[in-house]
Design a protein around this ligand. Structure first.
Ligand SMILES: [Zn+2]
Length: 150
């Protein structure tokens, strides 16, 4: 298992697990790896330099890089928040919320037990990793589950 930081052509960042570099390349060349924010399939590995810090403050530049470098969660209504809100709308409109049954259902579809359809839901870190290990194409979403209780 290998974890890659991915970046789409529009600068959206994701982290995801893959079985191998090979498996990753296959998903990309098959166009099966798409950006959850803008939907492009033009994804590539982000430069592997997670600990690089900027040598100077550059607050006005490159808002598209804000998601990772500027502490998304602390900035209300920034571009990242709006992108997340849009992402949530799109996901809820176009796929079924299967909640905590996600891992089970994703695997059933992958195995051909049930017809494939777009779903989203919750999976534990271990479940998500197990799915990726078995070659089930899943992507983590930068969203928290909606608070359904109270
Ligand atoms: Zn994107």
């Amino acid at each position: 298992m290998i974890q890659f930081s991915l970046r789409c052509e529009n600068g959206h960042d994701f982290d995801s697990w893959f079985k191998s570099t090979d498996a990753f390349e296959k998903l990309v060349s098959a166009g099966m790896l798409t950006c959850a924010v803008c939907g492009t399939s033009n994804m590539k590995k982000a430069p592997m330099a997670p600990r690089v810090t900027a040598g100077r403050r550059d607050d006005d530049a490159a808002p598209r890089d804000g998601a990772r470098s500027r502490g998304t969660l602390a900035t209300p209504d920034g571009p990242a928040q709006q992108a997340l809100a849009e992402l949530r709308r799109r996901i809820e409109a176009h796929s079924d919320d299967v909640g905590r049954d996600f891992a089970h259902q994703a695997r059933a579809m992958h195995d051909g037990v049930t017809p494939a359809r777009p779903i989203h839901g919750e999976a534990s870190h271990d479940e998500a990793r197990a799915l990726a290990e078995d070659g089930v194409p899943v992507l983590p979403l930068p969203l928290r589950p909606r608070d359904k209780s109270n």
